[in-house]
Design a protein around this ligand. Structure first.
Ligand code: SAM
Length: 327
């Protein structure tokens, strides 16, 4: 079992397999993109698989593939197939913007993927274009429909709620759960990503969102389970889908944090908001042994902060863009 200095059990690895993305969401990336990690610095699939096999032996049992946009990396279905075979990994999931999901959902399901999170911040095509700077709304919807039809489950739709941008879409998103077996999750806008854009006043807080949802009908709390992570779960009375609320800014879920992150260039990050990184790539490429890699894993665990510092005077925005960490 992997324990950090605060006795938290760490069993979840989020792997960003690329920093490339086919959208340019305003709050995440500038229009021209960000300087890309050179191809030769990206971990190969073999390197990723070696790390996951080793970490699984130590206690990692959950893996999420993210990015950048993970579906843009060539051969990622075969990575999924191989991750799904690793002994000890009993929860394999994916976070995607959905643009390429229509084409890949069936293959991903066959490869062993069970569930998927799809990021979607607007249900209006014009606004989707405005936020993402790409005209791909229809493709994302087709991706969601395909994911439902091939039986990926649960399908979670992650909506980052931002004042003045999409705050009028809280209710339309919640209404999706009335008729579709989707989990709609509202995520507080966090201070990371594109330049100096973030303002505290832009955050639509989870208490604000919850009080809006309560006006739509009875909001029935649901039991959390280990797979929910930091989400508070609810169901609108009569709905077939669910609602999740995730507040990184207004609430603190660090006490239950069970995560490590692996960046596309092979660094372990122990907190989304800390720039402390432990390099595995160098060990991998200089002939390091499995034991060397495990030692780094345990060294990384020791650096996991007790909590992030958002809302404190010590908070500093992290250096890496979200797309190069894996949100
Ligand atoms: N491309 C994939 C996707 O769109 O889901 C995976 C990577 S993306 C960086 C992961 C998630 O991070 C997306 O849901 C995105 O909306 C979210 N994200 C990016 N910047 C954020 C911010 N400043 N606050 C909250 N969420 C953010």
């Amino acid at each position: 079992m992997l324990l950090d200095p605060y006795k938290r059990r760490i069993n979840y690895l989020r792997i960003s397999i690329t920093d490339r993305c086919n959208l340019r969401c305003r709050y995440c990336m500038p229009e021209e993109g960000i300087p890309l990690i050179p191809h030769e610095s990206l971990l190969t699939y073999e390197e990723i698989l070696r790390i996951v096999r080793l970490f699984a032996m130590e206690g990692i049992s959950k893996v999420r593939i993210t990015g950048g946009e993970p579906l843009v990396r060539k051969g990622m279905v075969s990575l999924v197939a191989q991750l799904a075979q690793i002994k000890g990994i009993n929860d394999l999931s994916l976070t995607t913007n959905g643009v390429l999901l229509k084409e890949l959902a069936a293959d991903l399901k066959r490869a062993g993927l069970k569930r998927v999170n799809i990021s979607l911040d607007s249900l209006r095509r014009d606004r989707f274009c405005q936020i993402t700077r790409r005209d791909d709304y229809e493709r994302v919807w087709e991706g969601i429909v395909e994911a439902l039809s091939v039986g990926l489950s649960p399908i979670k739709i992650n909506m980052v709620a931002i004042q003045g941008l999409n705050d009028d879409e809280i209710e339309p998103f919640a209404r999706l759960t009335l008729h579709l077996p989707l989990t709609v999750r509202y995520i507080e806008y966090m201070p990371s990503g594109n330049g100096e854009e973030w303002r505290e006043g832009d955050v639509l807080t989870i208490p604000q969102i919850k009080s809006r949802l309560e006006k739509m009908g009875k909001l029935i709390p649901m039991q959390g389970d280990q797979k929910d992570g930091p989400a508070l779960r609810f169901r609108l009375e009569g709905a077939i889908g669910e609602i999740g609320l995730i507040g990184a800014v207004s609430t603190h879920f660090c006490a239950d944090c069970n995560r490590l992150r692996l960046t596309p260039d092979g660094k372990i990050r122990t907190c989304l908001f800390s720039d402390e990184e432990i390099d595995l790539r160098e060990i991998l490429r200089k002939g390091g042994t499995d034991r060397d890699l495990k030692e780094k894993l345990y060294a990384a665990l020791q650096t996991k902060p007790e909590r992030h510092l958002i809302n404190t005077h010590r908070f500093k925005k992290c250096q890496r863009n979200m797309s190069a960490i894996g949100g």
